[in-house]
Ligand binder design. Structure first.
Ligand SMILES: NC(=O)c1ccc[n+]([C@@H]2O[C@H](COP(=O)([O-])OP(=O)(O)OC[C@H]3O[C@@H](n4cnc5c(N)ncnc54)[C@H](OP(=O)(O)O)[C@@H]3O)[C@@H](O)[C@H]2O)c1
Length: 275
């Protein structure tokens, strides 16, 4: 009778699109965002919102217009994101700031906008779509991995901080998922492709190969719907193929970090140089 109101970023594609669709089908009211609202789906119960995580004013006005229409937001899902692949030294400070703005600072701004009304009602759920790359970093996606690691720490820290309330924070950590994420990953080499040969190309080919056989976004959408409807109540949830989401994190948590580095080098096929 009183459907929950959900705000989700990045509802135009991949994980966000399927999550928004599944939530609408389950009877939730969904405010979903894109930088290009024309790309958003026409669904019963779905409300399109323009929002660019790289623009504070756009974040504020996008969230404010959803709040105006909805009256209150029960669930905030920080899903939108993109990656930039390249050697860290090829990034300018502005490019690094942009990566962290999209993946960490923008989502934190949305959390700060959502919390006052959640606290006033002593009710709410924040779902942050982080990545297994935060636990098991991907070579040449080091800045992306670092920002996801920070987002995961933020989720857990904030969940503790909200202990005196009924508001929960859940960190969702997908492995490789076949969406527009990989095709839209920007490549940056700054003229350093020789300096990082052959590993730059080897790592890209491994990521390319893994993405081609990765599961689709439906499995992540199903997990997020289960978190929203209360069927999953854990503070962190890994999701993906069996090896990436189960075996690798299990082994990594029980191994010395030098062994984890050895395993990641082997997984990505990276060549070692001589000292
Ligand atoms: N696919 C994977 O292998 C994988 C693995 C682990 C974690 N993740 C995470 O899952 C989340 C969803 O990604 P996906 O795989 O579903 O990728 P996707 O298909 O490329 O969708 C990305 C979504 O994010 C939005 N977006 C991108 N940059 C944005 C920005 N600056 N401001 C606002 N919206 C922006 C896009 O919307 P518009 O372009 O329409 O604005 C789009 O709706 C991301 O946070 C990603 O890091 C993905």
């Amino acid at each position: 009778l009183n459907p929950k109101r959900v705000f989700i970023t990045g509802a135009s594609s991949g994980i966000g699109l399927l999550t928004a669709r599944a939530l609408c089908e389950a009877g939730y009211l969904v405010w979903g965002t894109s930088r290009t609202p024309g790309k958003l789906p026409a669904l019963e119960g779905f409300h399109p919102i323009a929002l660019d995580l790289n623009d504070d004013e756009s974040i504020d006005s996008g969230f404010a217009s959803a709040l105006r229409e909805a009256g209150y937001i029960d669930v905030l899902i920080n899903n939108a994101g993109s990656g930039t692949f390249g050697p860290l030294e090829a990034f300018s400070s502005n490019e690094l700031r942009r990566e962290f703005q999209t993946l960490l600072v923008g989502p934190m701004r949305l959390i700060r906008l959502a919390l006052p009304s959640m606290r006033a009602r002593n009710e709410g759920l924040i779902v942050n779509v982080s990545s297994l790359a935060g636990e098991l970093p991907v070579p040449f996606l080091a800045a992306y991995s670092a920002s996801k690691s920070a987002l995961s720490a933020l989720s857990e820290g904030l969940n503790l901080e909200l202990s005196h309330t009924a508001i929960r924070v859940v960190d969702v950590r997908p492995g490789d998922i076949d969406t527009q994420f990989h095709p839209s990953t920007r490549r940056l080499d700054g003229g350093l492709s020789d300096g990082y040969a052959p590993n730059l190309e080897i790592a890209w080919r491994t990521v390319d190969h893994n993405m081609a056989r990765a599961p689709g976004p439906r499995i992540v959408a199903a997990v997020i719907v289960s978190i929203v409807n209360g069927a999953i109540r854990r503070p962190t949830v890994a999701v993906g193929d069996f090896f990436q989401a189960r075996v690798a994190p299990y082994l990594a948590r029980r191994s010395a970090r030098a062994w984890v580095q050895w395993g990641l080098r082997a997984y990505y096929g990276l060549k070692r140089g001589k000292a």
